[in-house]
Design a protein around this ligand. Sequence first.
Ligand code: NDP
Ligand code: GDR
Length: 371
Amino acid sequence: MKKALITGITGQDGSYLAEFLLEKGYEVHGIKRRASLFNTGRIDHIYEDPHIENARFKLHYGDLTDTSNLTRILAEVQPDEVYNLGAQSHVAVSFESPEYTADVDAIGTLRLLEAIRFLGLEKKTRFYQASTSELYGLVQEIPQKETTPFYPRSPYAVAKLYAYWITVNYREAYGMYACNGILFNHESPRRGETFVTRKITRGLANIAQGLESCLYMGNMDALRDWGHAKDYVRMQWMMLQQDKPEDFVIATGVQYSVREFITWSAEELGITLRFEGVGVDEVGIVESISGENAPAVKVGDVIVKIDPRYFRPAEVETLLGDPTKAKEKLGWTPEITVQEMCREMVQEDLKVAKRHALLKQHGYHTPVSVE
Ligand code: NDP
Ligand code: GDR
């Protein structure tokens, strides 16, 4: 039985990858951080009681900032594959916590690679690094492919640049099977609530049900190449099954604006939006309503506004990936379109919003945290 170790198993990708590898028959080990509240909501459905004989899903407390902890877990697990998905992954937050982001995202990657080498696992253990389209930042070529020069625009992207190159370096210096997946934005109903797609689907579902009144946005002109996390974790595994380690861009090859994502999400709730004004004065106004899903909204309501608080000190305006290499060499193509994904996300968030609205109606306190 193959063994995999996943850092970031409690995150969006970690949860889908763990499911995928369990289905493939792997023994899956994951590193979770200690937190004062439970932080395993995304993986509770695959959790196995450690007392069960032959359990194939095991969690270890740990942190990418802790070398001895990583070394001990690697020594204990002796994994065939390591997926380094753990990161402070929020671009805007990286401007607030640049040093921590560098420690986790850059040096954390080095710690893992060095522990593999130190333990003499470099010929056994294959290593996947969660690299990112943010490396392209101020884009030098459209669309972006494996050979496009990088120009990172945030402490997050700069930290991930180090992680990208240290992965390449350990491959070249020590013959390790180590590779980078340069993944463009990918989302799902399990996406963190403060990334833009989830903020939109959750925010609008809450507004539709009367739990919030307005969605406050940053740069709605930003263009992204959005895919579904389920399609992208399949590719993470495929990259570690080749004869030779290589780096791949994973993207859909289509881009849309944040404003378009808002429009689709509203439509899924039966709300037609009209955008008026420019810059910080732009607003989204309800033009018409159909169906039953937005009982709290009236025609003429302003439900989208700009809050400059969400502008970034340096923005990545446009990203568009070219996944030709992944298609040709690995036979990978995304199966879920961004519009299908948006519908799924809205429907999931609507279920939760309806539950909260019902509780509120019956006098129960249902705080909705907004970012
Ligand atoms: P999430 O933010 O959903 O998950 C990040 C994971 O990393 C969580 O499990 C988190 O733990 C964990 N983590 C954070 N800090 C540490 C630390 N100090 N030590 C150990 N673990 C830590 O991210 P995604 O699942 O969306 O992304 C997975 C990876 O892919 C990340 O590295 C991200 O940067 C990268 N990436 C993501 C893309 C996307 O569009 N989703 C695109 C390209 C790259 P906790 O749950 O406790 O917070
Ligand atoms: P990104 O994702 O920065 O691309 O990083 P995010 O969803 O945070 O932002 C995408 C774009 O939307 C604009 N935007 C807003 N973003 C947020 N979060 N909140 C807002 O209110 C808002 N308004 C507009 C942003 O300015 C940006 O242009 C994600 C992360 O998953 C990274 O870890 C990963 O590496 C990259 O995708 C690829």
